[in-house]
Design a protein around this ligand. Sequence first.
Ligand code: ATP
Length: 322
Amino acid sequence: MKRIAVLTSGGDAPGMNAAVRAVVRTAFENEIEVYGVMGGYQGLLESDFISMDLRTVSNIIQRGGTILHSARSEEFKTMEGTLKARDVLEKYGIENVVVIGGDGTLAGGNRLAGTGVSVVGIPATIDNDVGCSDLTIGYDTAMNTVMSMVDRLRDTTEAHKRCSVVEVMGRDAGYIALNSGIAVGAVSILIPEVEYDIQRDVVDRMNRTLHYGKNHFIIIVAEGAGDSEKISKRIKEATGIETRLTVLGHVQRGGSPTVNDRVLGSQFGHEAIQLIKKINDKSSYALGYINKKIVSYPLEEALKIKKPMDMELYKVANEISI
Ligand code: ATP
């Protein structure tokens, strides 16, 4: 019987559990034995395995986080660490590893692949910043969480005629900010991919909206777009409008996954096993969701794919938010 391992790594993302469940269930159907690795690559180094069967993944599809836990491992990033991980896999007779996480996790998988282990990577990060996939597990839930939080904030912002600056996740990527910003009717959206000028892109826009009778404002700032506290102060100084900063933080990671994230996770998990059935050498792949289809790329190629920001959407945001 073929034996594989599955792990979740990097920041947790709602829908990871759906992917783990689909891996285990599809593997069972295909008589493949699955070991779950607890705590990402660090758990792999420590041989922290659990044996998974149909029942270990019962009642998890609706849960956020990851039942396999996640971690960041500096040790794994070293050459000794990667080789140690390979030795552990060899010792346990594990032929393939499914790694579920963001671009760091996929890069880690590629390192492991370099030592002769067959790896299948599944893109999962709330940031959606994985080049080989239009969508990543967790992104849809995170956007919906931001939207519902800002909807609540809007009520009080409007009641007090304030400006609310909302910092959302996205150190290098503005996908959450742009999409949730449109969904909450933000006056201005600041993202790391686009250079901005506070006077032109925030203050002048607020003054224009004021002129047309609006007296409450939502400004969305991706965390990588600048110091949101300084941005808030500048807005207050330049407009005289009471401006409050809300940092949504880790609340954006949690919660029950949306339909889209449950389905995407299930599709990715299922496809990972279909691919593993076909692999009879030591090759490695990353899955992606492109034009509404699940696709696979050789892992090394997948890591080179860049995903440009949707500038058309950015333009839409600018034109409808006055
Ligand atoms: P997210 O961006 O959502 O937090 P991620 O998967 O990008 O997810 P990282 O912390 O970047 O999160 O990576 C997770 C783990 O993958 C790291 O702790 C490390 O063990 C491993 N890893 C990341 N980059 C590399 C690399 N270049 N080489 C080897 N291992 C890596």
